[in-house]
Design a protein around this ligand. Sequence first.
Ligand SMILES: Cc1ncc(COP(=O)(O)O)c(C=O)c1O
Length: 300
Amino acid sequence: MSEFLPKAYFEGKIVDFKDANISIATHALHYGTAAFGGMRATVDPKTKQVLLFRLDDHCKRLSSSAKLLGYSIKADFIKKKILEFVKANPCKDNYYIRPLVYVSDLGIAPRLHNVKYDFLIYGLPMGDYLDKGGIKVCFSSWVRGEDRSLPLRGKIAGTYVTSALSKTEAHERGFDEAILLNSAGKIAEASAMNLFIVRGNKLITPSVNQDILEGITRDSVIKMARDFNYEIIERPVDKSELLIADEAFLSGTAAQVTPIKKVEGYNLPENNPITQKLSEEFSKIFTDPKSKYLSWITKL
Ligand SMILES: Cc1ncc(COP(=O)(O)O)c(C=O)c1O
C-alpha cells in the first residue's frame, strides 16, 4: 500500500488523494482551528471485511469536538461519510482513518465567528504504533494544558503542539513516550494515550477531570476490566505511584494496550498479568468471532 489510501473525502466528494489540497492561507493551518478523529480499520484476513471499532463513539466525539470550535456537524453525517470513504478504498491491510473538521476560511484573524468550515477524511496504513512488548516512558517537562484554557475534551488540533513537544523530548532522551503531568502536578496522560496503573488487584487511572482526553480505548478497557471483576479507581494519580506500580500501560487507538516496562530510571516488574489479560481480550475483539464485545464492531 502506498503512503496514503488512494481516495479521500474532500469538499463534499470522494476524490483522488493527490487532488485533495488546501490553500496555504487556510485558517486551520495558522491557528490550529481544526478538530480531528482517528480510528483503526482492521481488515479481517479471512473474510476481508473491514472492522471499525466503536464507530458511533468516534463520530460522536468528533461531532462534539467540532461543537467546541463552534461548528455543527452531526455524528450521523460523519458516520455516513466514513462508510463511503471505506467503500471507496478497498484495502488488504489495516489502516487508520483520519476525519478532520477544519476552519477552511482564508482570512487572517484568530476567531471562530464569521468563518467557513469544511470536513475531510483520508487514510493511511497503520501497524503497531508502539512496541507491544513494552515501552520506556519519561516524565515530560511540558505540562498538559488546562481545560479552562483549551477545550481538552475534544481532539482540537492546536492542543497537540504540547503532545508533539513532549513526544520529541522523550525521543531525544531515548524514551518511547512521554507522560505529561497536569497543572496540579498529577499524572494526566501520554502524548496521545491514556494511562493505567495496576496496584494489587486494582486498576487506577486519572479521572476525566484530570485534563485528560476521554479516550474511547480507555472507556473500553474500563468496561473489560469491570467484566473481569477488577476494581477500577478513577482519581488523581501521583507521579510516585507510577514508579512503584505493579504494572502500568497506555491505552489508545494507535497504542491499543501497550505495557510500560520502564519509567525514567525505574524498571517496572517484568510480570504484568493484568495488562496481558486486558491486551489479549482487546485483540480478541478483532480476531475472535465469539468475543463478547462484538457489538463494538461495525463490519463492512
Ligand atoms: C491526547 C490523547 N489522549 C488519549 C488518546 C486516546 O484516545 P482513544 O482511545 O480514543 O484513541 C488520544 C488518541 O486519540 C489522544 O490524542
